[in-house]
Each structure stands twice: as C-alpha cells, then as structure tokens.
Design a protein around this ligand. Structure first.
Ligand SMILES: Nc1ncnc2c1ncn2[C@@H]1O[C@H](COP(=O)(O)OP(=O)(O)OP(=O)(O)O)[C@@H](O)[C@H]1O
Ligand SMILES: [Mg+2]
Length: 246
C-alpha cells in the first residue's frame, strides 16, 4: 500500500529552483535511499514533506490525505517525523527526558500518563541501542550516540514514515555499519510497518540497507528503482559521480 505520494513538488528560493516537479511514492514498510549531489534538493524535499517549508506548487498525500498545507506538528501527529544533519541535543536534560519531550510533542501533555510517555521513550532508546544512557546527559555521549539520540527522539513520536537526513555523516565506518543494522532492524523487526527515507552520500553502506533508491539532480528525479539498477543508470553515473561508476 502507498503511504506517501508526492506529486509535482516545486520549491524556489529566489532564483534557485531547488525542486522541479518532483513526484514519487513511498510504500508501507520500505526503506528508500534519497541520493544526489550537493545542492540537489534532498534536504529541501525532506523539509517540504515535514512541512518546515511550503512548496510553491505540487501536492503531498499521506495515507490518501492531502497534507500539503498542514503545519509541522500536524504532520508529526499524522505519523511523519525526521532528523537533521547536525544533532541538536537538549543539553540541560537527561537523555530520557529529551526523548519524553519528543513523545509529548506528538501526544501533548493533556491526558498523557507520564509512565506511558516514559515507556515510549525507553522503547525508542532501546530501538537505537541507547537504553544504557537513559539517565545520562548529552555531554556524556559520543557524536555517533548523539545521532542515535536524534533518531530515538523521532521514534518516540511513533512515526509511520521516518526521514533521516545524513545519519552517517561524521561517523566512522564501524559506527556506520552499526547504525545501518539498527536502521534496518527498525523496519524489519517491528510489528508496525514503518517506512524510512534515508538521505545519504555514503552510498556503499546505504545500498546495503535500502529496498529502493531515488536520485535527485538539480531538483529533478532522474532515477527511481532498485539499488542495483540505479547504480548502472547512465544519467546517475554522469550526474552524481561525474562519470565514475559506483
Ligand atoms: N533556505 C534557503 N535559502 C536559499 N536557498 C536555499 C535554501 N535552502 C536550500 N537552498 C538552495 O537550494 C538548493 C538545494 O539545497 P539542499 O540543501 O536541499 O540540497 P541537498 O541535496 O540537501 O545538498 P547536500 O547534499 O549538500 O546536503 C541549493 O542550491 C541550496 O543552495
Ligand atoms: Mg542536505
């Protein structure tokens, strides 16, 4: 079943056309890689879907509902949540509290039982392998664990669609491999059929965990298919890799 459908999204920043008629869909339970050169429009696309930016034209459908004009918190309530390139932890709060704050951003304080919110937060920390640090503070975490914390905060909102913007940036190869496994387990292991969009430049690791890859170049989708097909696509090789094969 289609979870997200994006139709003809266009976004301009002054003279720069960051997205030009972008269309694609995401099915339930799939992990999709979103790749493309610097400035291709990947982060802009994530921000438009998360409603942190409004598109100039086009439509976004989520579970058949038109969400194009919703506010960011309304999108979180529908079940879409994302993380960004640079972790921004709440330094003054223990880790469990900042994850609980994220859960509350979806469910609100009214009517939320604090034990239930804490249970959700602990579950989110467990999913990213950070349970041990629940009572620690962000300064005690490595950069890789801060990135896991960002994912835990997103997971605490119990998303149906999770969008990760460069989760591997700044990590060592071992850390990337560990995080890849954790991301894969989020879709494969859960009873809920979560879908994930992963924006990445680290292609070799990304290709191991995705079911499908969408390639953006100068704001346009130039390929959408299985990883093994996309890496052989001539337009992708030319645009993304300057003629070098992946
Ligand atoms: N807030 C903004 N104001 C003006 N121009 C912007 C803004 N955000 C993005 N752009 C421009 O839109 C284009 C797409 O940028 P975007 O950040 O979406 O690319 P990206 O694919 O995420 O790149 P990277 O791989 O470097 O993160 C670029 O030309 C960028 O300079
Ligand atoms: Mg980006």
């Amino acid at each position: 079943m289609k979870l997200l459908e994006v139709e003809g999204l266009t976004k301009r920043f002054g003279g720069v056309v960051a997205l030009k008629g972008v269309s694609f869909s995401i099915r339930e339970g799939e992990i999709v890689g979103l790749i493309g050169p610097n400035g291709a429009g990947k982060t802009t696309l994530a921000r438009v879907i998360l409603k942190l930016l409004s598109p100039d034209s086009g439509r976004i459908l989520f579970e058949d509902e038109d969400i194009t004009h919703l506010k960011p918190w309304e999108v979180v309530k529908r079940g879409i949540c994302g993380t960004f390139q640079i972790p921004k932890p709440i330094k003054a709060l223990p880790i469990i509290s900042s994850v609980m704050a994220a859960a509350l951003s979806k469910y609100g304080f009214k009517g939320s039982k604090i034990e239930e919110v804490e249970r959700k937060a602990l579950k989110a920390l467990e999913l990213v392998g950070l349970s041990y640090f629940a009572r620690a503070y962000p300064f005690m975490l490595t950069y890789a664990d801060l990135k896991r914390l960002e994912i835990a905060r997103a997971l605490a909102t119990e998303p149906k669609l999770l969008i990760l913007d460069e989760p591997f940036a700044g990590l060592t190869l071992t850390e990337i491999q560990e995080l890849s496994e954790a991301i894969k387990a989020l879709c494969r292991g859960s009873s809920r059929r979560m879908s994930i969009i992963v924006i990445e430049h680290k292609l070799s690791e990304l290709m191991r965990i995705v079911d499908r890859v969408i390639v953006l170049n100068f704001g346009e989708v130039i390929a959408d298919g299985k990883p093994e097909e996309v890496v052989k696509d001539k337009r992708v090789i030319e645009a993304y890799l300057g003629g070098e094969e992946v």
